[in-house]
Design a protein around this ligand. Structure first.
Ligand code: ADP
Ligand code: MG
Length: 615
């Protein structure tokens, strides 16, 4: 049989390589911006037309290229940045693979103009589908300008695969943010279809963040600094109260390179533990500086994933640095409402000094006598006043309480550790409920009273329902009038695919999956259409944030995540019948006393305990 193996012609090899490096216009933007940075530019301009489908141009004032280098730069594996494989472990540049320009030139029309400082004239090269069509001497300023026109002109399938301009531009802007955030010592501008979208002067890091995300960002930033032998951390985290529903503003840079790391993201999330409202994600802009020898960037063609030698130490350092900053800037004490779920108090009460039970004593001592109250109500007072001492003198004479004791009286009793199992049987159906601060449902039980956290209780109810639906597979689905098209990254789509069967068992109907989007034609009856994307985003982030080596059950995680997203929120006012329904449903659950994530759903306060307060 004749020999059948042939070497691929260069332009074909380049096209194949381009498939890895250039997925979309934003990939070209990233490579060109990085080349300009590597060239030592102080000013970089990015110009795009039609979301980069027609034109992507990057102009820099960096060191430029000689005639020979200009020509060579389009060859595959042509790089000035490394010479031996060992150099890979001492990287101080963005690029090193020598593939970007060769790949881009294989799938577009590229016009290069470049000049070195010491030269009088520069070089212009036009290259199209890997063929050089012209090379001439030009007058051009110091630096390099590269225009990439008609991306994928010779690969119609790839071109057709591009998303709408809105989506592609979003990707470009994301890339622009990442690169410009990593280099606040370089000035960047972005022009889209002829108008200026961003103009970022050289500045400090904080100012760069503000210039990109708007003035209001400034007051939301908490600085994080940590300097250890293995790692230097600098940057900012967003205050917890400004955490977002989506994971938009989360940036990690390692040695000035944007990277994605679910593991390190988890370190930050855990530093915020207990400070965030359900379903929100903290913003962060963090730079990690590590010895280049301790990382390996080479594991992904687009270089957004890296391997660390000692991930566990980084995790611990990062977590403690962020925690420390949040604490130091007084964020944590104010919002640390998860400290002890049994003492969980509405925020409004946190700063009030006394919650003083009304005590019936000799009326002549009562400084509040013109206020009418019913005997058994609990009253609140902002400050302990001198008058109170008067009242308390009377009490002291009975030798029962000191003033100190009064100021420590809380709305929820410290001793109110719930004896859940006794209580459970006593709660059959509920007919008296009261909603407190749109957060708690208060109800009477045989032994006293019950205070239930509406969000947590509902999570438990939904979690058990969802789990049941997933296992018996008979959830009801509502058909959408128009299919819902949602866009995600390839990695995110992979996660949704893994959970597809379980999601379908809850009532989702998927009609289409491709690499970066999915189409939904049906949703569970309990899920409003407007919430679908938030639920999926939350789910993806929960999966990503799952501690890598912890026990992982997709079904359970999905049920927890959806329960969290769908549960009635704190702040939502509930009708009487809704309140009662919630209480009854909760106690029909298998494990009513805790949320799926092991937090108390309710506390009880017995008459005995109340009596003790009224001594
Ligand atoms: P890499 O960046 O991995 O080296 P590229 O294909 O992106 O590979 O670029 C090839 C080479 O072309 C670079 O190593 C660099 O020497 C040169 N080059 C590319 N862009 C510029 C630029 N804007 N200014 C100066 N030199 C550049
Ligand atoms: Mg490069």
């Amino acid at each position: 049989m004749a020999d059948i193996i042939q070497l691929l012609p260069d332009h074909v090899a380049n096209q194949i390589a381009a498939g890895e490096v250039v997925q979309r216009p934003a990939s070209v933007v990233k490579e060109l911006l990085e080349n300009a940075i590597d060239a030592g530019a102080a000013t970089i301009k990015l110009i795009v037309k039609d979301a980069g489908k027609t034109l992507i141009q990057v102009i820099d004032d960096g060191k430029g290229m000689s005639v020979t280098d200009a020509r060579l730069s389009f060859e595959r594996h042509a790089t000035s940045k490394i010479r031996t494989a060992d150099d890979l472990f001492q990287l101080h540049t963005k690029g090193f693979r020598g593939e970007a320009l060769a790949s881009i030139a294989a799938i577009a029309r590229v016009e290069l103009k470049t000049k070195q400082e010491q030269d009088d004239v520069g070089t212009a090269i036009v290259i199209e589908g890997s063929n050089v069509t012209s090379q001439e001497v030009v007058v051009t300023p110091k630096g390099t300008s590269i225009s990439v026109k008609n991306l994928f002109f010779n690969i119609p399938a790839r071109r057709n695969f591009l998303k709408s301009n809105t989506v592609e531009l979003r990707h470009i802007i994301d890339e622009f943010h990442r690169v410009s955030l990593a280099h606040s010592n370089i000035s960047f501008a972005l022009y889209n279809n002829g108008s200026e979208s961003f103009n970022l002067p050289i500045s400090n890091y904080r100012q760069r963040i503000v210039n990109i995300f708007g003035n209001k960002t400034n007051e939301r930033l908490v600085p994080v600094e940590e300097d250890t032998e293995v790692l230097k951390i600098s940057g900012f985290v967003g205050k917890p109260e400004f955490a977002k529903k989506t994971r938009g503003e989360q940036y990690f840079f390692v040695n000035n390179r944007f990277i994605k790391s679910a593991y390190l993201n988890h370190a930050i999330a855990s530093a915020f533990d207990g400070l965030l409202k359900n379903g929100t994600h903290p913003s962060y802009f963090l730079n990690l500086e590590v010895d280049p020898q301790t990382i390996d960037i080479n594991i992904h063609p687009t270089k957004t994933e890296i391997k660390f030698d000692d991930e566990h130490t980084l995790y611990a350092l990062l977590r403690s640095a962020v925690k420390h900053s949040l604490g130091q800037f007084n964020i944590a004490p104010v919002l640390d409402f998860e400290r002890d779920p049994n003492l969980d108090t509405p925020y409004e009460y946190k700063n009030k000094n006394t919650n003083v039970p009304k005590v019936e004593v000799d009326r002549s001592f009562n400084p509040f006598q013109d206020e009418t109250r019913s005997k058994s109500t609990t009253t609140y007072k902002k400050e302990p006043t001198a008058n109170w001492e008067g009242l308390y003198v009377g009490l002291e004479s009975k030798g029962t309480k000191t003033q100190q004791d009064f100021s420590e009286v809380h709305f929820e009793s410290e001793e109110s550790t719930p004896s859940i199992f006794d209580e459970e049987k006593q709660i059959e159906t509920v007919n008296t409920t009261y909603q407190l601060h749109n957060k708690y449902i208060v109800s009477t039980i045989k032994s006293g009273m019950l205070v239930l956290d509406q969000h947590r209780a509902h999570q438990r109810i939904l979690y058990e329902e969802l789990l049941k639906n997933m296992t018996i597979k008979e959830a009801v689905s509502q058909q959408l009038l128009f299919p819902l098209q949602l866009h995600f990254s390839t990695q995110e789509i992979t996660i949704v695919k893994q959970l597809k069967d379980d999601l379908e068992n809850t009532g989702f109907v998927f009609s289409n999956f491709d690499d970066e989007s999915l189409e939904i034609t049906g949703v569970p009856v309990s899920v409003p259409e407007s919430e679908v994307s938030i639920i999926l985003e939350q789910l993806i982030s929960d999966v990503e944030n799952e501690v890598p080596d912890s026990h992982f059950s997709a079904t359970d995680l999905l049920a927890k995540s959806m329960a969290k997203s769908l549960a009635i929120k704190t702040g939502q006012s509930l009708q009487k019948d809704e309140q009662e329904h919630l209480v009854n449903k909760l106690f029909a659950c298998k494990e009513p006393n805790i949320t799926p994530t092991n937090r108390s759903t309710f506390i009880t306060l017995s008459v005995d305990e109340l009596d003790k307060k009224f001594i």
